[in-house]
Design a protein around this ligand. Sequence first.
Ligand SMILES: [Zn+2]
Length: 273
Amino acid sequence: MLSAKFFQKKETAMIIDSHTHIGHKIIVASPDDLVSSMNAAGIETSLVFAGHINACSTQLLLEEIAPHRDKLMPVGVISPIWPSEDTLPKLEAMLLQKTLVAVKFYLGYEHFFPTDHVVRPYLELLAQHGVPAIFHTGDCYGKVGGAKLKYAHPLHLDELAVDMPKLTIVMAHMGNPWLTDGAEVCYKNPNVYADCSGFVCDDFTPSSRESFIASVRQFMKYTEQPEKLLFGTDWPITNQRPYADAVTEALGGEGGATELVMGGNAARVFKLA
Ligand SMILES: [Zn+2]
């Protein structure tokens, strides 16, 4: 359950990072590391993802972030290749207890489409409980071997969005590099949102920063709805402070849009406030 302290903060404009990881493999990072980074970046709240590819099951994530539940919001993982770990009764119990703010699906890394029958019962449960499904889309991190891009194309989310209008869908990474396809899926479907995480590993170069800012502006222009984009970084793959600065610059000081993208949209979509 969300803490009382969290709700007290809702009147102030807060920054919410909608996409971070902890883990023990490939991504090696702890909740303490994340909270230090957030403090340095002025980020109040982060969604933290479980992931079997990072040796972090949903259960382990919940245990590890327990000391920081005022700042870190758990996002579980469902994977069709870990059927004994990720069962329907386990997910249903967590949803009934409101333990998770969302569930992540790793598509390209674990070789399934969002429309595959193996994940449909999980998605139906999420829709029933009003908990969003986050899908990895676009480029796959090079350090994870064997990823297949065809599963990660953002266009597949269109079919799911139409077939399951009550499911809230978040397209991680805006579908990068299929940015126009990703923006169109968000523009067309009322139940689809995108996060802008993961456009760079480590720090921006001047050139990668410029092209990231252009991508965010293109998404905002195409979708014509500031409610659609969620600030996210993909920490620890990249650094929160420079990422937040770049997104703020991309939004060009438009007060309403900045407030929504940097935190308001996440608070609404993930029911944090
Ligand atoms: Zn990620």
